[in-house]
Design a protein around this ligand. Structure first.
Ligand code: NAD
Length: 475
């Protein structure tokens, strides 16, 4: 763990093992921290806040730029580590490291754009000035599915704003978190500014982060259930909260869309990170008039996706994170089958040969999906593309919006008017119009409803770590 500028063991001396999800092999071990370690980390972050928050934006920016450069220089090693620990294909790991580095560069730039305002007063002898200041110590909890970029998406803006931090990375991917911290240490981050508690048992760490009065803000990315629980605990202490949670993205193909192009987009998007992405499409609504060519193209594409170790050439889908994830996917597919869906591709666990010791599920296509099936409303987080054919164009937005989640939605149309109407009417934070990658460090990422609160990235990203202070000056 990393406390006050030092790599240390847990107070208890306990450690936990980290495994490769493709092979089950142990690839490392990390200190198994708990409440006492978290309190010590908060103390370090709190002590460092005074000096870090009063550095100039230019000084903080310089460290973030250096970290960006180091991450780019180390990208091949970081990508290899990510594939080993998280399982995604090496090409996808390289892409994630590049995306992660973008946040460091972007917030190195944004650090220098935190400004105030000179406001008008109705009184001739009064002046108003508002300024932005860092909120204080930030508690950050991150998931395993994007084990490097989810860290930089929080650390970049928090550090740029002048906050200090305590990070708790996911138990499945602490080695990637350690590598990110190495980057910051080598970039010259002062002792105490960033601290990390690793653990195999997150609840006690979460309890301390949400109850210690020295923590001003909680930022969390993970499941809706845990996010709601932590946000509730944080609310009891009036901590500021941003939570990026689950999703159930609709993917709408309008009758005027090019169905082959749309099917290629769906195949490319659905199997990213083995479907373990919060913006992964979970309901493909295809108009009946274009359903045949869409399903034909998608069937051919899904049949070509190869599952395996992320280090093997030609592999498009790596392992899932654990057995529970495979069981959840299998349960949804079995439920759909039992309720009348067809499964033209995949639909089974991969458990023999090279797959024997990993957590694999076959790339799968399901057609004839109906609203009574689990998969039509429960997040899958696995490599399954469920297709629902619709008839009424006027009703598809309502179908798409019929979820408590509100993170991402996708639309395929060649009609500009349909595109604008869908963009405005879909109740989601991110809309891809003929676009399967509507994400960037420069753009706000986040959801509505059960998908969370707040935005990361873009101009909005740094606001989550700033307080507004008003000065009224009688002259
Ligand atoms: P999870 O909520 O179990 O775990 C996420 C993090 O929370 C991990 O670090 C974990 O250790 C920690 N955690 C779990 N229980 C905790 C507790 N009681 N107290 C404190 N911390 C606790 O989720 P997961 O299954 O590992 O991750 C996948 C989920 O994350 C999916 O639902 C996905 O949609 C969501 N996700 C959302 C985004 C986004 O930006 N919106 C990005 C990635 C993942």
């Amino acid at each position: 763990m990393f406390l006050d500028g030092q790599w240390v063991q847990a107070v208890s001396g306990d450690v936990f093992s980290v495994t490769n999800p493709a092979t089950g092999e142990v690839i490392g071990e990390m200190p198994d921290g708990g409440a006492a370690d978290t309190t010590a980390a908060i103390a370090a972050a709190s002590a460092a806040f005074g000096s870090w928050s009063t550095t100039t934006a230019y000084e903080r920016s310089a460290i973030l730029y250096k970290a960006w450069q180091l991450m780019v220089e180390r990208s091949e090693d970081l990508a290899n580590l990510m594939t080993l620990e998280q399982g995604k294909p090496l090409k996808a790991s390289r892409f994630e490291v590049s995306y992660a580095a973008d946040f460091l560069q972007w917030f190195a730039e944004e650090a220098k754009r935190v400004t105030g305002e000179w406001l008008p007063s109705a009184r001739a002898n009064q002046r108003f000035l508002s300024i932005k200041q860092p909120v204080g110590v930030v508690g950050a909890i991150t998931p395993w599915n994007y084990p490097i970029s989810m860290l930089t998406r929080k650390m970049g803006p928090a550090l740029a704003a002048g906050c200090t931090m305590v990070l708790k990375p996911a138990e499945a991917t602490p080695l990637c978190a350690k590598a990110v911290f190495d980057v910051f240490v080598d970039a010259g981050i002062p002792a105490g500014v960033i601290n990390m508690v690793t653990t195999s048992t997150p609840a006690p760490v979460g309890e301390v982060l949400t109850s210690d009065p020295r923590v001003a803000k909680l930022t969390f990315t993970g499941s809706t259930a845990v996010g709601k629980m932590l946000a509730g605990a944080a609310a009891a202490n009036l901590q500021r909260v941003s939570v990026e949670l689950g999703g159930h993205a609709p993917f709408i193909v309008y009758p005027d869309a090019d169905p082959v192009h749309a099917a290629k987009g769906a195949a490319a998007l659905k199997f990213l990170n083995s479907g373990q992405a919060c913006i992964s499409p979970n309901r493909l609504y295809v108009h009946r008039s274009v359903a045949e060519p869409f399903i034909e193209t998608l069937t051919a594409r899904v049949a070509k996706v190869k599952a395996g170790s992320g280090f093997d050439d030609g592999v498009g889908v790596g392992p899932l994170v654990n057995d529970a994830a495979v069981a959840k996917v299998a349960n949804q597919v079995d439920d759909a089958r039992a309720k009348g869906a067809e499964v033209p591709v995949g639909g089974e666990r991969l458990e023999t040969g090279d797959y024997a010791n990993g957590h694999f599920y076959a790339p799968t296509l399901i057609t004839g999906v109906t609203t009574d099936m689990l998969i039509s409303h429960e997040e899958t987080f696995g490599p399954v593309a469920p297709v629902m054919v619709y008839d009424e164009v006027d009703e598809v937005i309502e179908l798409a919006n019929a979820t408590n989640y509100g993170l991402a939605a996708y639309v395929y149309t060649r009609d500009i008017s349909t595109a604008f109407k869908a963009f405005e009417a879909l109740r989601f934070g991110i809309i891809g119009i003929n676009d399967v990658n509507p994400t960037s460090a420069a753009a706000p990422f986040g959801g509505m409803g059960d998908s969370g609160l707040g935005r990361e990235g873009g101009h909005e990203g740094i606001d989550e770590y700033l307080e507004t202070k008003l000065g009224g000056f009688a002259i």
